[in-house]
Design a protein around this ligand. Structure first.
Ligand SMILES: [Mg+2]
Length: 97
């Protein structure tokens, strides 16, 4: 990756890291993490259609942060669904707390 582009991704990931910390402080439980990610994706789409570049960037950071939480923490609110429909999948990761 070209140096300038690489620096932009590095900067983006720093903002994602900060957003993850804020999100965990504001919403310590990862219950409904998938719903929150979906909401953020919708906000990113709205920003892509009609908002400024800074709004697009902010929403993209929030999408990445919630995607990271889904990947790392899972979504405990889906446990009963997963157990019933896919009993062999196993558990989500343990919560971070
Ligand atoms: Mg948002």
């Amino acid at each position: 990756m070209a140096g300038n582009l690489n620096a932009k991704f590095d900067h983006f990931l720093i903002h994602v890291d900060e957003e993850i910390e804020l999100a965990i402080k504001k919403f310590p439980s990862s219950d409904a993490c998938l719903a929150a990610l979906t909401e953020e994706v919708g906000e990113l789409a709205q920003a892509m259609l009609s908002k400024s570049q800074s709004e697009i960037y902010k929403e993209a950071v929030q999408v990445a942060a919630m995607a990271a939480r889904c990947a790392i923490e899972g979504d405990p609110s889906l446990i009963n669904y997963r157990r019933f429909h896919y009993p062999k999948l196993g558990k989500f990761p343990e919560p971070h707390q």
